[in-house]
Design a protein around this ligand. Structure first.
Ligand code: BGC
Length: 763
């Protein structure tokens, strides 16, 4: 089995399955994303979420609040479906190709993750018995981010005659909505308006503008046929149609190439000229040349990113699928980040959450730290909005990052499980600290990173208070969205403590190095640092001595436990079936909360407390959020409960491929994909990034014969291979490193073979 290939037998009349495939086979490159809609379209009674998006390109939309209380968000941002250049209709001797008529002899869809392309392969017999083979290859270029291509090849199997392509470029498009699902937009609204349609030297160009955000986008399309043909361009007010007609002989293959370039006004000063210039550059290359560049790029990507599992091919492919999707989703510039659904669909309206810092960055940090630098740079760019948001929320100091956003302003409609999730500040700070620990990039920290850290630290001081010798943080929501607006959420307090501690450390480091420009810029006083220190030292972390667990918050353990026994399966996810207040009154968790804190800040508690907490929360966690099972897997590994770890890991690995959350049609679950990587590297591999260096505690799940991965640490690349009874660490490049394996320090020069700890290897 080729682990780079994901292939399915595609033809289905099941509408839900078609929409699922639109997501699973989407093409994206971190800048643009195109859902995998059929070029020829669907019958009228079919639903399809037909979309093309640009990362970070948004419009504003009204957010109606039933009661206008102070500070409630009244306007959100939404990722815009900008244009439709996917359309290609095919006519053979006048008969229109459609999978919904005639005879489908074969229809498959493939994603090739080494080549960076998707393919539809169809053998079709028309109602009048003309047989054609159609192969359609799509690519979102990783080397020219505004470029998307469709390479459409038709072979006449049993006839000679006429072949006609009708290629469309449509500006009049709309976003998807569903009033019954809180996870997608509820209302239809026209976010984009066509301003101009024209054709210049065979390139059709549509200029469009958003309704409220005043952003512009230019889409350019060029159609090229491999042989002489008659070409007619029909220019309409909102679209352009290009008709290309030629002859085809029996057994002849005719190739039709469609190039799309998308440029927006966020990145390009003169997007129209840029689009034309890039179109020229792209069409000067052959598809073969473009494919070669794509493959070279991916060869390099996989060299660092691959995680190989021996002994389970299907799982290996699922892991590759997840890592490929992370690359497709991650923003490659300071204007964008990683949307919860990447660029694959409209779920959560293209918003960026804490998902990036806690679930996705760990993968890029260990494989391509430059990408993490960009992602932090994005947070740095929106720091002023975070300062403004803090003021709206009543704070006099510091910055509060928005719970969900695109351009920096808060988009949470429902504050109890939105803006109240102050932990996002700690999550962002945590990611800045980890970036430093892995890269030691003091320059970036001194100029940008610390500004984030100091402002988030200030916010904790402004939010919390000292009470009877303890620092407390009241009325916030932790990661578990089934428990809202509580006092002293353990996760939040533990992260705030970490944030404050490191703000002090960096302050001292920068003073010692005489790198004080940010300290001066934001007027940070020594007395504030003293308060940071005191708050960190006296941070209140809820602990129940009798049970030896960390309660999720002050009131959590006094609530009724949810009646799981009498909750039918079809009532999950609970959020779609029970009023929020009803959920809040019970001990029931949507996702890992305290258990996540036990993973990221494991040294804050004893092993017995972590073990007891894990056992306690496991019983009351529904994993209704896709951000949960991967974390349970990691902590189960830490506790050497490998059977459980493996089970949770399996659930997370195939979540989208098997559509287990039943909403993959709205987009992939990027956080889970990053979490799945963590379940191997941090879970089974036991990797932790600590101040004294990299720690490992590898174990081998019984079902595998081995696994391996690479990590970048400071100036070095370390290859880790677990196989048989050993774990081998090889230094592939860079300077010697001290690493810790099962808590013992080793000097890594060339390679090091350490026997697996006996107990870790036993299920
Ligand atoms: C989860 C959040 C997450 C969001 C976006 C929600 O269901 O509860 O933790 O940030 O989805 O993925």
């Amino acid at each position: 089995m080729n682990k780079y290939l994901f292939e399915i037998n595609d033809f289905s009349t099941d509408n839900d399955e078609l929409m699922l495939h639109e997501t699973l086979f989407h093409n994206a490159n971190g800048y643009l994303g195109v859902r995998s809609n059929y070029e020829e379209g669907y019958p009228e009674n079919y639903n399809s979420i037909r979309g093309m998006y640009i990362n970070g390109f948004y419009d504003f939309a009204e957010m109606k609040q039933a009661e206008k209380l102070y500070g409630f968000v009244e306007e959100k941002q939404t990722m815009v479906n900008i244009v439709d250049t996917q359309g290609i209709k095919l006519f053979i001797d006048g008969e229109e190709f459609s999978l919904f008529q005639g005879n489908v002899l074969k229809s498959s869809r493939t994603l090739d993750m080494r080549k960076g392309i998707t393919k539809r392969t169809i053998l079709w017999r028309s109602p009048n018995n003309r047989e054609v083979e159609i192969v359609i290859t799509r690519m979102a270029s990783f080397t020219m981010l505004p470029l998307f291509t469709i390479d459409y090849q038709v072979t006449a199997k049993n006839f000679s005659g006429e072949v006609k392509f009708v290629s469309t470029h449509i500006g009049n498009v709309q976003n998807y909505f569903n009033p019954d699902d809180p996870r997608v937009a509820a209302k239809s609204f026209k976010h984009i308006h066509v301003e101009k349609v024209d054709v210049q030297e065979g390139v059709s160009i549509i200029s469009s503008k958003t309704s409220k955000s005043d952003l512009q986008v230019w889409s350019a399309v060029k159609n090229i046929l491999s042989k002489e043909a008659s070409v007619q361009q029909h220019v309409h007010s909102h679209s352009i149609e290009c008709e290309i007609t030629t002859d085809i002989d029996q057994d002849e293959t005719v190739s039709f190439s469609k190039y799309t370039i998308l440029c927006d006004s966020i990145r390009y000063e003169n997007g129209r000229d840029k689009a034309l210039e890039l179109m020229n550059e792209a069409t000067n290359k052959t598809f073969a040349g473009l494919y070669e560049e794509q493959e070279d790029f991916l060869t390099h990507y996989w060299e660092n990113a691959s995680v190989d599992v021996d002994g389970d091919d299907e799982l290996s492919m699922a892991i590759y699928y997840n890592l490929y999707q992370l690359l497709q989703s991650v923003g490659k510039d300071r204007f964008s980040n990683v949307a919860a659904k990447g660029l694959s669909g409209e779920g959560y309206e293209g918003h960026y959450f804490w998902d990036t810092e806690m679930y996705i960055q760990p993968f890029f940090l260990l494989t391509q730290p430059d990408i993490v630098k960009n992602l932090i740079e994005y947070r740095y760019n929106i720091l002023d909005f975070a300062r403004e948001h803090a003021k709206i929320m009543g704070h006099t100091k510091g910055a509060l990052y928005p719970w969900r956003t695109i351009m920096g302003k808060e988009c949470s409609g429902y504050y109890p499980s939105g803006s109240a999730q102050y932990h996002i500040n700690g999550d962002i700070a945590y990611s800045v600290i980890n970036y430093y620990l892995v890269t030691k990039d003091l320059d970036f920290i001194a100029n940008k990173g610390v500004e984030i850290l100091f402002e988030t630290a200030r916010l904790w001081i402004d939010t919390g208070h000292f009470h009877e010798g303890k620092f407390m943080i009241h009325n916030v929501t932790g990661p578990d969205e089934y428990t809202c607006v509580v006092n002293n959420n353990y996760y939040t307090n533990a992260l705030a403590q970490h944030n404050l501690k490191w703000a002090v450390k960096f302050y001292e480091l920068l003073e010692a190095e005489n790198l004080t420009s940010v300290i001066e810029k934001i007027g940070l006083k020594r007395s504030e640092i003293e308060t940071f220190k005191q708050a960190a030292e006296q941070m209140y972390l809820p602990y129940n001595e009798e049970m030896d667990i960390n309660p999720q918050d002050d009131s959590f353990l006094s609530k009724k436990v949810w009646d799981f026994e009498n909750t039918p399966k079809d009532k999950y996810p609970l959020l779609l079936h029970y009023h929020p207040l009803h959920l809040y009154r019970h001990q029931v968790c949507k996702q890992a909360d305290t258990v996540l804190a036990h993973f990221i800040l494991e040294d804050a508690q004893s092993l017995s407390t972590i073990e007891n907490s894990f056992a306690y929360y496991e019983k009351i966690t529904t994993h209704d959020s896709s951000l949960s099972t991967c974390i349970y897997s990691i902590v189960a590994s830490k506790l050497k409960q490998y059977d459980k770890a493996y089970e949770y890991f399996g659930e997370s690995a195939k979540l989208d491929l098997f559509n287990t959350h039943k909403n993959t049609k709205d987009g992939i679950h990027t956080a889970n994909m990053g979490g799945n990587y963590m379940a191997i590297v941090y879970g089974f591999g036991g990797l932790r990034i600590k101040e004294d260096g990299l720690h490992f505690a590898p174990a081998l799940p019984e079902k595998w014969t081995g696994y391996n991965f690479k990590v970048r640490f400071e100036d070095s690349t370390i290859f880790v291979k677990v196989e048989g009874g050993n774990c081998t660490f090889s230094l592939q490049n860079g300077s010697n490193k001290s690493i810790y394996v099962y808590g013992k320090s080793y000097d890594l020069k060339d390679s090091l073979i350490i026997p697996l700890e006996e107990k870790s290897n036993v299920l």
